[in-house]
Design a binder for this molecule. Structure first.
Ligand SMILES: Nc1ncnc2c1ncn2[C@@H]1O[C@H](COP(=O)(O)OP(=O)(O)O)[C@@H](O)[C@H]1O
Ligand SMILES: O=COP(=O)(O)O
Ligand SMILES: [Mg+2]
Length: 556
């Protein structure tokens, strides 16, 4: 069996100019990065502010195994299948982070014959967007410490600087550091730390901004810390927004690549819906909606995380309304949710599928709470048995959901045509009546409780007095209208990654809250989730190398 990288390498990609032309983009709007990648200048393409004409399809999933259940793979397979059955479809995916590539999970370009390419390029440095985001983020951090070093005219309380640094690598050693040691010339020592670039508010701003002007506006609104009188200090107080926008002026342009079947894909913005909002950028999604009849986009991890944030943050801010949602379900993930250990997931166990299907049922119920019709995509793995698939299908259909067995990993778009026909019919049927889960006017703590109770089915939320006081101060400072971005484990509806299936009666512990005034949301960090992941005992990096011909080996 060929690996993803072998399949990707064997595919003959078309020149990106051909893909762009077929998409209807003028040459002047296409800025090639080599033969197979390009950035799209939306102004030159006449797409800035263009009215969306397509229908938006969200691909989400049940709670995953550590390997992921095939959201990106299914997004690619569905987009290829919709193009095969005659619908002009544009894919809108997120860009991969180096963290998982060199850590555990691998790339984010799909898999098997349902991939976007060029896979190595995209999973490594791509077009440099994450490096630009890292530089912009860390420039602001440097300007904060520099301001304090040269007299601190803004009276920043050195104990209350909340802006950390970022790096797009998993590195637990950087989570908590003491910086500016080494004497007077190095500034004022203080505790701080690094997050992974994907968790940067600059990443979220790039993903949610309407255009370059809005991006700079939002950058200026970033709250980097507080004065001794507890007043917020912003990036614009430090005159940093302009320089940060310069660093991001190329990164704000969406990236055009292609599926292995030559269909267009706009990749833009970061993943990780457990610690960020984990959606493709508004700019790329709106451009895709102006260009295609259908847009297939993804949101990270399970519907309790990525889909909820797609609905409550991205769609709310951008005025988008999804026409349908595809929940990717796998036999293996349901068995894990039914109590089977990871090492045993390859053995048939029909009862475990049935037991774990409570997880799928809850995700179906949850997505429907947003007024969005659901189709279940059974992402077929070669180890699945007929009996296990039959139970999965029966469970979905008992919920009034169509369930389509999809073989796009092994067959490409041809393996997802039945799903494509169903999605096209349901999306065109206009039954969606999208609405976010809560109103802007709900107090911040009530928004957190609403997500915890209605999506996670928690009994309630526990938060320290310091967290509650901080939320109250943000309400008084005028940030109470913002939505919340929940950071929690992707494996469970609770904050306990071992509590699988469809737990109830749990209490959601909120240990920290962070204001992302520029991105326009408040992050609630629940349980032990880390905003700087660590490398596993045996990182993928140990087997990634160049072979004798200079070709990359070991990249998933
Ligand atoms: N049907 C399948 N059979 C075998 N491997 C698959 C299948 N679907 C996905 N994969 C593999 O599983 C991994 C995760 O897939 P991905 O689409 O990235 O999941 P997600 O986007 O949900 O994290 C990838 O290595 C991919 O190649
Ligand atoms: O945000 C996480 O994305 P995946 O679920 O695609 O890994
Ligand atoms: Mg993915």
């Amino acid at each position: 069996m060929l690996t993803d990288i072998q399949i990707s390498r064997a595919a003959s990609l078309q020149r990106i100019s051909v893909i762009a032309e077929r998409l209807g983009l003028e040459e002047a709007a296409v800025e090639p990065y080599g033969h197979y990648k390009a950035k799209i200048d939306l102004k030159a393409a006449g797409l800035d502010g263009a009215e969306p004409r397509g229908r938006l399809i969200l691909v989400t999933a049940i709670n995953p195994t550590p390997a992921g259940e095939g959201k990106t793979t299914t997004s690619v397979g569905l987009a290829d299948a919709l193009n095969r059955i005659g619908h002009k479809t544009v894919l809108a995916l997120r860009e991969p982070s180096l963290g998982p590539c060199f850590g555990t999970k691998g790339g984010a370009t799909g898999g098997g014959y349902a991939q976007v390419g060029p896979m190595e390029d995209i999973n490594l440095h791509f077009t440099g967007d994450f490096h630009a985001i890292t530089s912009a983020h860390n420039l602001l951090a440097a300007m904060i410490d520099n301001h304090i070093h040269w007299g601190n005219a803004l009276d920043i309380d050195v104990r209350r600087v909340v802006w950390r640094r970022v790096l797009d690598i998993n590195d637990r050693a950087l989570r908590q550091i003491v910086q500016s040691t080494g004497g007077v010339g190095n500034g004022f020592p203080r505790e701080s730390g690094f997050d992974i670039t994907v968790a940067s508010e600059v990443m979220a701003i790039l993903c949610l901004a309407r255009d370059l002007d809005d991006l700079e506006e939002r950058l200026g609104r970033i709250v980097i810390g507080y004065t001794r009188q507890r007043q917020p200090v912003t990036a614009s107080d430090l005159k940093a927004a302009g320089a940060m926008a310069v660093l991001l002026a190329q990164a704000i342009k969406p990236n055009l690549v292609q599926t292995l079947e030559g269909n267009p894909a706009l990749l833009h913005g970061g993943p990780f819906a457990n610690i960020a909002h984990g959606c493709n950028s508004v700019i790329a999604t709106r451009a895709a909606l102006a260009l295609g009849d259908f847009v297939v986009t993804e949101a990270g991890f399970g519907a309790d995380l990525g889909a909820e944030k797609f609905f409550d943050i991205k769609c709310r801010q951008a005025g988008l309304a999804p026409a349908a949602a595809v929940i990717v379900a796998t036999v293996r993930a349901l068995k894990m949710n039914g109590g089977i250990a990871k090492a045993e997931l390859g053995h048939e166990d029909v009862e475990a599928v049935r037991c774990g299907s409570v997880n799928l049922i809850r995700h179906i119920e949850n997505v429907r709470q947003f007024g969005v019709p659901v189709v279940v995509a059974i992402n077929h793995f070669h180890s699945d048995s007929e009996a296990e698939i039959a139970v999965l299908r029966e469970v979905a259909e008992a919920q009034g959901c169509e369930a389509h067995l999809c073989r796009h990993w092994a067959e490409g778009g041809a393996g997802a045509e039945s799903l494509a026909h169903a999605v096209a019919r349901i999306a065109a049927g206009g039954e969606a009546q999208f609405k976010p889960l809560y109103d802007d006017a709900l107090p911040l703590i009530d928004k957190i409780e609403t997500v915890a109770k209605r999506i996670y089915r928690a009994e309630g939320v526990s938060a320290t007095p310091a967290v509650l006081a901080q939320l109250q101060r943000w309400e008084e400072a005028g940030y109470g209208h913002l939505p919340v971005c929940m950071a929690k484990t992707q494996y469970s509806f609770s904050a306990d990654p071992t509590l699988l299936g469809a737990p109830t009666g749990h209490v959601l512990p909120v240990r920290e809250v962070r204001l992302s005034a520029g991105a326009g949301f408040v992050v609630a960090i629940c349980g032990e989730i880390m905003t700087m992941p660590g490398l596993p005992r045996i990182p993928a990096a140990e087997t990634i190398r160049l072979d004798a011909q200079g070709e990359i080996e070991g990249l998933f």
